[in-house]
Design a binder for this molecule. Structure first.
Ligand SMILES: [Cu+2]
Length: 138
């Protein structure tokens, strides 16, 4: 090369390459399953609560919020192993309809009728007792 590139050009090229690489990675992750990739999925408008498992034996946060009523929950697996999602009501009773995501990129959805109060979200897989979060419904 005999010409001098503009000073910002190399960085722009690196950024574009990085984006292309990430897109390729996302495509690879998607190609093995019909489910969307955890980090690139668009959450549908009717989802009232989105919970992500992983990476690792954890949820993406320790506290979630939702609006009382019929709540559609989307559970996405951003980890390499199976996780479940059970909602425990303020009385300590597990709501029917446990969600399960068997592998990376898997998603599951369920609808729950929630009244205002403090619920818990847990993963029931043995050894995953530290996967617990608070769900505040108001
Ligand atoms: Cu788990």
């Amino acid at each position: 090369m005999t010409f001098r590139p503009l000073t910002h050009t190399p960085r722009a090229v690196v950024a574009r390459t990085l984006v292309a690489g990430l897109a390729a990675l996302a495509f690879t992750a998607c190609s093995s399953s019909s489910s969307s990739n955890a980090t690139t999925a668009t959450v549908p408008a009717d989802i009232g609560l989105h919970v992500i498992a992983g990476p690792g034996i954890r949820f993406d946060t320790g506290s979630y919020t939702a609006t009382a009523g019929e709540v559609k929950v989307l559970y996405t697996n951003n980890d390499s192993q199976r996780h479940t999602l059970a909602i425990i009501d303020p009385a300590g009773k597990s709501l029917p309809g446990e969600l399960e995501v068997a592998k990376s990129g898997a998603t599951d959805t369920g609808s729950y009728t929630l009244t205002p109060g403090t619920y818990k979200i847990i993963c029931t897989v043995p050894g995953h007792t530290n996967m617990k979060a608070t769900l505040t419904v108001s």
